[in-house]
Design a protein around this ligand. Structure first.
Ligand SMILES: NC(=O)c1ccc[n+]([C@@H]2O[C@H](COP(=O)([O-])OP(=O)(O)OC[C@H]3O[C@@H](n4cnc5c(N)ncnc54)[C@H](O)[C@@H]3O)[C@@H](O)[C@H]2O)c1
Length: 259
């Protein structure tokens, strides 16, 4: 993984953290964005140090809103210095953010909530891809990966805006792969099963019950872990995955096939 970099949007916990660690252990440089306060901010600093020990200090985290174009443009010169003549092998969207609510009750969802969720959870990936293409950091063999969920095609309590954003993310990724495939750049979404991360605890107060029913429902009788998803992302880094494009790949032990 010589001079190959992963830009992980949402790098501090859950899937993004596991992906960052996995790829760093394989020698890839990690550029990460997260948005945390308090104890989690400290955890992110520790993770950055841990990664530095793994990959020869090829790591830089920013605790900033990755969906803000001004942040993206402000950090681009530093990203350029880090990547140098190398390649952004992976642009990973692993941000969990958004309004976890229904459309009508108890309170009607506001346009601002819908727009923000859409932008942060889906559209910002378009602008990151544009900026990295312009810099010529995305080249033959680069991957763009987003994380989707069953909520992209199923209605769920409290998942209104995020469900819409997941369907949108899949469409964004499909279109990116369709437009950039001729350059050898591929884009795919991974559909993870229910994973007990911080994001899950914010979707529902009943998340622990949800985890238990998911274990029953899952053909493999357990929930997904961030390491399961990190393993799949690592597989996608292989040249053998060069022709996987515009797809949704399931990483859920078969959960979506089971009632
Ligand atoms: N947990 C699940 O069950 C599950 C299942 C399928 C898909 N997903 C998806 O996986 C992705 C990652 O979620 P997770 O479960 O690992 O959650 P998580 O809460 O552990 O991680 C979310 C990350 O996003 C970062 N973040 C939030 N807003 C940000 C912003 N504006 N700018 C930069 N960073 C920001 C946080 O700092 C953190 O690093 C999400 O897109 C989520 O929808 C999760």
């Amino acid at each position: 993984m010589k001079n190959k970099w992963a830009i992980v949007l949402g790098c501090s916990t859950g899937h993004g953290a596991a992906i960052s660690k996995q790829l760093a252990s394989e020698g890839m440089g990690i550029i990460g964005f997260h948005l945390d306060r308090g104890a989690i901010k400290k955890e992110a600093q520790e993770l950055e140090k841990e990664i530095a020990l793994m990959n020869g200090a090829k790591v830089k985290f920013w605790n900033e809103n990755a969906a803000d174009k001004e942040v993206m443009f402000k950090r681009m010169p530093e990203i350029s210095d880090l990547v140098g003549s190398g390649q952004v092998k992976l642009l990973m969207h692993s941000i969990a953010f958004g309004s976890t609510t229904n459309f009508f009750e108890p309170t009607p969802v506001r346009q601002r909530q819908m727009d923000m969720t859409q932008h942060v959870m889906a559209h910002c990936l378009i602008y990151w891809t544009q900026a990295l293409l312009e810099k010529k950091f995305l080249t033959n063999g680069s991957r763009i990966v987003g994380l989707t969920s069953e909520g992209s095609y199923k209605a769920m309590e409290g998942y209104g805006p995020v469900g819409v954003a997941k369907a949108s993310l899949e469409a964004v990724v499909r279109q990116i792969g369709w437009e950039l495939g001729k350059q050898g750049i591929t884009a795919n979404t991974i559909q993870a099963g229910i994973t007990p991360t911080r994001a899950l605890t914010k979707i529902s107060e009943d998340w622990e019950k949800w985890v238990e029913t998911t274990k029953e429902r899952n053909p493999m009788k357990r929930v997904t872990t961030p390491e399961d998803v990190a393993g799949l992302v690592s597989l996608l880094m292989s040249d053998k995955a060069d022709f996987v494009n515009c797809s949704t790949i399931f990483c859920d032990g078969g959960e979506h096939r089971s009632l």
